[in-house]
Design a protein around this ligand. Structure first.
Ligand code: CP
Ligand code: NVA
Length: 305
């Protein structure tokens, strides 16, 4: 199997549009019929933050591919006692065939990747969540025809998930409108990267403070928690600031009649999304969660086989 051009997957911008389609094709094939593409390979999974979907989907994914995954809580390895990222990377490279890491600092994950001779996959940092966005666009492709004819409306915090959705939309030519309160919009650096990609793909990028603008005629409506992991101290303030940045039935009514409602999960019903909408006929959130498994199996196979 021809491998991807990148050693690591730290951001979707490590991939070309063609490579994203190769991931989706393999994900679709593996979803229909499993193949043991990573027999006897090992993946170390370093977690500095909590996880349900990422941990279970990577671990089960490795098992289904014929390999083995080790859960490495940051608290239990010597990284927590001052061993450097560089030394950790060099040691793990001698035992493992790949590393998946969930951490606060994106720079630390970049340093780990730089010092590792094996592929490093970003399982979420404060800046980005590339496996989520790739799985989400794979899910969209199961329901909609042409990424270039679609509008994705994101309502909520300009966070790691918003950043990776923005970059993926810009790579694939999907129009994207992100509605966030003032002071909580996406990072300027990510917008610059996205605009550069959009100039080639034709994607239209709109940033607004008005949720209805994101919802208007959207093919996909997306939201994420108002308070991300590590922002617990900001919770009281954010609950007030974000109260109008939710997907409810009134917002959904502004989208296209066949719009998909998406959420990376975990969801806080009654905050960023109402219970009737997440449980309603437009919602694909559990298919979206399932597709983390299939998409990440494809990613691992194309990086580690
Ligand atoms: N969406 C997502 O990454 O979920 P977990 O935090 O449960 O891994
Ligand atoms: N933005 C959320 C995503 C969780 C999967 C967080 O970082 O906590």
């Amino acid at each position: 199997m021809k491998q991807l051009n990148t050693k690591d997957l730290l951001s979707v911008v490590d991939l070309s549009e063609d490579e994203i389609f190769r991931i989706f094709t393999l994900a679709g094939q593996l979803k229909k019929k499993n193949k043991k593409l990573l027999k006897d390979k090992t993946l170390g999974m370093i977690f500095e933050k909590s996880s349900t979907r990422t941990r279970v989907s990577f671990e089960v994914g490795m098992f289904q591919l014929g390999g083995y995954a080790l859960f490495l809580s940051k608290n239990d390895i010597q990284l927590n006692r001052g061993e450097t990222i560089r030394d950790t990377a060099r040691v793990l490279s001698r035992y493992l065939d790949g590393i998946m890491v969930r951490a606060y600092s994106h720079d630390s994950v970049s340093e780990l990747a730089h010092s590792s001779s094996i592929p490093v996959i970003n399982g979420l940092t404060d800046l980005l969540h590339p496996c989520q966005a790739l799985s989400d666009f794979f899910t969209i492709s199961e329901y909609k025809k042409d990424f270039k004819q679609l509008k994705l409306g994101f309502i909520g915090d300009g966070n790691n998930v918003a950043h990776s959705l923005l970059l993926t939309a810009a790579l694939l030519g999907t129009d994207i409108t992100i509605a966030s309160p003032e002071g909580y919009t996406v990072s300027e650096d990510i917008v610059a990267q996205a605009k550069d990609l959009a100039s080639k793909s034709g994607s239209q990028i709109v940033l607004t403070a008005v949720p209805e603008e994101a919802a208007k005629d959207a093919d996909v409506l997306y939201t994420d928690v108002w308070v991300s992991m590590g922002q617990e101290k900001e919770e009281d303030a954010k609950l007030k600031i974000f109260k109008d940045y939710r997907i409810d039935s009134a917002v959904l009514a502004k989208a296209k009649p066949d719009a998909l409602v998406m959420h990376c999960l975990p969801a806080h019903r009654g905050e960023e999304i109402t219970n009737d909408v997440i449980e309603g006929s437009h919602s694909v959130v559990f298919c979206e969660a399932e597709n983390r498994l299939h998409t990440q199996k494809a990613i691992m196979a194309l990086l580690m086989a």
